[in-house]
Structure formats: C-alpha cells, structure tokens
Design a protein around this ligand. Sequence first.
Ligand code: 13P
Ligand code: SF4
Length: 322
Amino acid sequence: MLEEKGYIEETINPSIKLVEEINRLKKEKNAVILSHFYVEGELQDIADYVGDSLGLAQAAATTDAELIVFVGVHFMAETAKIINPNKKVILPDLKAGCSLAESAPADKFTEFKAKFPKHKVVTYINATAALKTMSDIVCTSANAKQIVDSFPKDEKLIFGPDKNLGNYINSITGREMILWDGACIVHEQYSVEKIANLIDEHPDAEFIAHPECEKPVLLLANHIGSTTSLLNYVQKSDAKKFIVATESGILHQMNKVCPDKIFIPAPSIDSTCGCNDCEFMKLNSLKKLYICLKHELPEVMLPADVIEKARIPIQRMLDLSK
Ligand code: 13P
Ligand code: SF4
C-alpha cells in the first residue's frame, strides 16, 4: 500500500489538532522539520527551517536531531539522507518527485557522459542520487556560478540536468558547458508575451525570475536567483510591486516578510492550469506530515554504495558554500 500510494492512508479523528500533534511528536522524537519554499504555507510555518535547496542541505548537514522530516521533494530528502547516512529521513509522500530529476535517467546519463570522457560533471541538485554518483560536484541555483567558477577556465564541463540553468550559467560565466536536455515543468510554462504585457501594465513593478525559466523570460528580468535570493531581493529593493516567475509557494514567504508590498505571480501559457504550482511539492499536506511523523514512514532509503559515492560531490559543494 505504502509503495503503491507513496504514503500511509489513515483516517484521522477530526478532533485532532494537527499542528499541535505534529509539534508534540516532533519534540517526543527529537525530530527536525525542514520545508522548502514551494510547499503550502502551513507546512512552511510549521518547519524548524524553511529555505532553498542549498539552505536545506546545509540545515540537514548541521542538525543534531535524530529524525529528519523533509517536507519537499524526493531528491531533497535523498540529499539529506546522503549527508546523514546514520539518521532516519522521512518524507510525507514518496511520490513527491521532480520533473528535472526524472528527465535524466541514470542509464541515459551514463551514455551521455561517456561521449565526453575528458569533461568534469557539474550536477544540479535536482537530480537522483544515482546521477550524483557520476558527478564531480553538485550545485544548486544559489551557488551554481560559484561552483562553476571554481573550475579552471579551460576545464571542460558537462552540466545537467537543467538546460535552462545551464544556459544561464554559460551566459554569465562565458563558458560553453555541454548541457543535458532537461527542464522543469513549472518554470517552462511561463509565457514571455504575457509577462511582457504585465510589465507594461505595471511599470512600477520589478520582474524577478528563477534561473530554471527559459532564456526569453530571463532576458526580461530585473533580478535572477534562487528562491532565497528572490526573497532577499524583494526585501532589499525599493520597489513596492513585483512580478514573480517561480513556484507560487514562495509568495507565502514574500507576503510574510513584506506585508506592504504586492506580489503578482507571473502568467503561464495556459492561465487556467495552475501551472505555477509544482504538482510534486503540492503532494505534501499537514495530514500526510502528521501520519509520516507518527509512523516514521515513508523512509528514504538508499544503498550504502550510492550514499558513499554521492556524498563526495555533495560534500564538495557544501565545503565550497560555507
Ligand atoms: P531553489 O534551490 O532555488 O529553492 O530551487 C529549487 C527548485 O526546485 C526550483 O524549482
Ligand atoms: Fe522539480 Fe520544478 Fe518542482 Fe522544482 S518546481 S521540484 S524543479 S518540478
């Protein structure tokens, strides 16, 4: 059942106060809750740490909790497990995947890599653990430039799985990294025409975008960065209005830290589809979090050899990002 569904199904007494129960269980089990900015606001608010992929990996690396509850997607929980092989890492729904991670199956990536035997491999953290075992270093959107710049200028590099982030890093570093052809379903949905119209309608607004967006969208942006970078930017900027091209969950934090500013989600090609939501992140819920913490299931498990190999490029990234 757990395998099939990705989570344990259980009828919960409606009188149970989920937030209170989660906090009680968390203390009792010496657990830490790490949430990404893209999950529902109530799941961000209950977290001990909420952040971007880099911040979450760093939080996982420094926690002294015995149990790590990852409210995000599978590759993030996997990273936490790789950093903490002796701790239990649980995820409310094992089916919370990622289109980028899925775009690069290990067998296909092995073939791709074999075509460029002299190239070093820089892997975006939105990838499976198997891909990380084949990588020289991992990066996130927050540190991708810094990680790529850490290689000598003449070092040949492969970058995967996100071609949009790879293209962007090529453009700001002057490199010609070979790119794997993967993309995020959420960030590829933005309509450059609709965004341009919205910018015209709101000349007082700044347009900010995540580097997983396509190049024509990024060319319009006043600021490009990871979710944390976007959040910092709206706090520092004098502008009172922002058009935001990344998953809608970040608006919860933006509204929290800047209640007097206005945040407009960037429009997608199909405005009726709710494409600004990551369907994987949104598989998390308060109810699933409660059940997961109660049973300490589903657990993220990885073979010992995968943990050992994948840990090296992740640790390199963490060492460079202190
Ligand atoms: P950040 O690391 O910027 O939070 O991005 C994670 C992600 O999945 C973007 O789609
Ligand atoms: Fe993956 Fe895109 Fe969802 Fe981020 S928003 S977790 S890249 S599918």
